[in-house]
Design a protein around this ligand. Structure first.
Ligand code: AMP
Ligand code: MG
Length: 409
């Protein structure tokens, strides 16, 4: 039976739930996923304060102020930011006030210094004894009201959100010093095959360098996962069993293997996994990446991805990344899609296809071109791509000018 991509994704996702909740210090929480809704425990701003350097006054006092007929007020206090004053402003009085300083009682507006005869910013100079105000200010002008940004009790950041720099700033303003997050998932990665040699080994006949551990390791780390690198494993049952057991010892949340699960006579990974767990072989209606093995080794979910580097990458994107998103507590599992416009005709075999393309923006449109031959071993065309065009299943060709969905990668 052939599964659609969505069916395969949903089956896989149903096996996973978020990891346990832990707390991390605020300054280590960027990129982590908030595990609980964050409520404001205080108002922001926490008190009425001035939005300008100026003078706290009573708006009614300066109703008729003009450059030719300024209103003179007696300056009875000086309120820098970070201080508070018990002064009460009554008619005819003003207090010099700095941006962010608490508004004194009685005042209902702040006149910025530019509208007075004290229009200078010399640090350390004492306030004048009186100030001339040249323009009226309505009540409330230049005042940031307590709670106007966020009233206490309001939800500020929802659980499932990945924390960005601005989120950390807000959490700091709200006094949240430790952040509830889900433990980073731990993924064990191995590449299997007797043909594989490591990056620093000389090429010898019949051998190729292992690309997938590097691609998938970086990919997993980008999602915030911790990686246990099991490295290259030869086509040998004892060797395979011992690295898989290592993943069990280290309590990996999932194991991802590339290659070695197809029907080739030398595919030992499947035998070892089947002996100590279970493995299903799915045909997914997708190109590349049609064969997909999913099961468990002991109790650890196990993915067998195809070995070809592009297939491994796209299978990881389609089937593993959403799992990492889900177990990290992320509210959204899939990458956002963008509508792009084809610059050339493309063909497909009717499977849901992920084609490597470059997409550039030109006068409001995203224009897409393929990056050359789409063989599943041709990593260069994936390297040259900044997007994957998503050709829906059942579609065999699309003319130039067609709009279709894409993922930026
Ligand atoms: P398999 O899934 O074992 O049939 O492998 C399919 C193709 O992918 C073969 O040409 C392998 O040599 C190649 N391949 C498998 N693993 C890797 C890897 N880690 N890096 C690069 N190519 C690989
Ligand atoms: Mg192989």
């Amino acid at each position: 039976m052939m599964l659609s991509v969505l069916e395969a994704q949903q089956r896989i996702l149903s096996y996973f739930s978020p990891t346990e909740l832990i707390h991390v210090p605020l300054d280590q929480s960027a990129g982590r996923v908030l595990a609980l809704d964050c409520f404001a425990t205080n108002d922001l701003p926490p008190f009425n304060n001035s939005a300008m350097d100026g003078f706290a006054i009573i708006a009614q006092d300066i109703l008729k102020a003009s450059p030719n007929h300024p209103v003179f007020l007696k300056v009875v206090a000086d309120i820098p930011a970070g201080s508070r004053s018990n002064v009460v402003i009554s008619h005819g009085l003003a207090a010099r006030i700095m941006t962010g300083a608490p508004l004194p009682n009685g005042a209902d507006a702040v006149v910025m210094i530019e509208n007075t005869d004290c229009n200078f910013h010399t640090p350390g100079n004492p306030p004048p004894e009186r100030v001339a105000v040249f323009h009226p200010s309505a009540s409330g002008t230049n005042i940031r009201q307590k709670g106007e940004d966020i009233p206490a009790g309001q939800i500020t950041i929802r659980k499932g959100s990945m924390l960005r720099p601005q989120d950390l700033g807000l959490l700091a303003m709200l006094g949240v010093a430790t952040i509830p997050v889900h433990r980073a998932p731990c993924i064990a990665l191995l590449s299997s095959g007797d043909e594989l040699i490591s990056v620093d080994a000389p090429l010898t006949p019949g051998k190729i360098r292992d690309a997938n551990t590097y691609t998938l390791n970086a990919f997993a780390q980008q999602t915030g996962a911790k990686v246990i690198r099991l490295g290259i494993v030869p086509d040998d049952r004892t060797a395979i069993k011992s690295v898989l057991d290592l993943a069990v010892d280290k309590k990996a949340d999932l194991i991802v293997s590339s290659a070695g699960v197809s029907v080739g006579a030398f595919d030992f990974v499947r035998q070892v996994v089947e002996e100590h767990g279970e493995l299903d072989f799915w045909k997914v209606n997708v190109r590349p990446g049609k064969p997909l093995a999913f099961g468990k080794y002991h109790d650890i979910p196990f993915f067998g991805l195809p070995g070809n580097p592009v297939s491994a990458f796209i299978s990881f994107e389609l089937f593993v990344r959403p799992v990492l998103q889900k177990i990290s507590g992320n509210a959204s599992y899939y990458r956002p899609r963008q509508i792009v416009r084809l610059q050339e005709e493309i063909t497909s075999d009717g499977r849901e296809s992920y084609l490597r393309a470059t997409v550039v923006e030109e006068s409001g449109h995203w224009l897409a071109k393929l990056t050359g031959h789409q063989g599943s071993g041709n990593l260069l065309s994936l390297v040259q791509a900044n997007a994957l065009l998503i050709v829906p299943s059942g579609v065999k060709s699309l003319p130039a000018g067609t709009d279709l969905e894409a993922w930026f990668i």
